[in-house]
Design a protein around this ligand. Structure first.
Ligand SMILES: [Zn+2]
Length: 277
């Protein structure tokens, strides 16, 4: 199931590719969408913004039209260059939004509908309002992120990093990678960290996310795309601890550990030597 943070990431990626661009082609196999497209064509409209509210992905077009999609279990959005071969079969296609530069393809999306924009108030919905500073925002408010982190003194740091109300954008991969790079044990509570540790955690998370985005690999597959934190070219060596249970730590050789953590039992990876409790 795509989680809130991966919907958030998908929205960021789609926004980066599509926002401000004119739709040159719209295609769908869903009658609820094609009916609206017949009466109020999408072609020629501008994609104004792609965002997420909870697990809903919202694509806002000029002319007060919003496409709401929900991925459920199997849905996904991919981004391709025009003419590039899709990585899923055509029969799984539900929606295509093409601009001159990119083609966004929604595969096996079970829930999709057009809404008038007034039914959604971007950024001012309850969910939008509760989100913490956005790590990918050029104007990222680091002091506010640190304040929100310290406002959860009893939370384990790995859990606090996944909380999108603290900072928006960190998923399970970057949670473990950030804590390895800052030598912080994932199970310690926020109040046991000093100011410089909090600073480094926020700065490192931001660096990792920005590097991932600016790597700009095309196609920008919004799910399952390669994420890289070690700056090594070999994909097998691209992460420090995530997904590496029982393999030797790249710094000290100790076996990496993995354990389920938090109410959603998300796997956390860490090096017991480099990140002592
Ligand atoms: Zn180590």
């Amino acid at each position: 199931v795509p989680e809130g943070d991966s919907i958030f990431r998908a929205a960021r990626t789609l926004n980066q590719a599509l926002a401000g661009k004119k739709v040159v082609r719209f295609e769908s196999v869903l009658p609820a969408l094609t009916r609206i497209d017949d009466d109020h064509p999408l072609r020629g409209r501008t994609v104004e913004h792609v965002g997420s509210v909870g697990k809903h992905l919202l694509i806002q077009f000029s002319g007060e039209l919003v496409l709401r999609t929900h991925m459920r279990m199997n849905g996904s959005w991919h981004i391709y260059r025009p003419g590039e071969r899709w990585r899923r079969p055509r029969r799984d296609m539900r929606v295509v939004i093409a601009t001159d530069d990119f083609e966004a393809v929604g595969f096996r999306i079970p829930v999709a509908e057009f809404l008038r924009s007034e039914s959604f108030d971007f950024g001012r919905t309850q969910v939008g309002h509760a989100l913490g500073p956005d790590l990918l925002d050029p104007g990222f408010d680091a002091p506010e992120a640190r304040r929100r982190l310290r406002a959860r003194p009893a939370a384990q740091i790995a859990e606090a990093l996944l909380d999108q109300r603290v900072m928006a954008g960190i998923g399970n991969v970057y949670k473990s990678e950030t804590l390895f790079l800052t030598a912080v044990n994932p199970f310690v509570v926020v109040e046991s960290l000093n100011e410089s540790q909090i600073d480094r955690i926020v700065d490192t998370a931001r660096d990792l996310l920005q590097r991932d985005v600016t790597a700009g690999v095309v196609p920008m597959t919004t799910y399952g795309g390669l994420r890289r934190t070690t700056a090594r070219d070999n994909p097998a060596q691209r992460l420090w601890v995530y997904g590496r249970a029982r393999q030797p730590c790249r710094r000290c050789g100790a076996p990496i550990r993995a354990r389920k953590q938090g109410p959603y039992a998300r796997l956390t990876y860490w090096c017991p030597t480099c990140q002592p409790s």
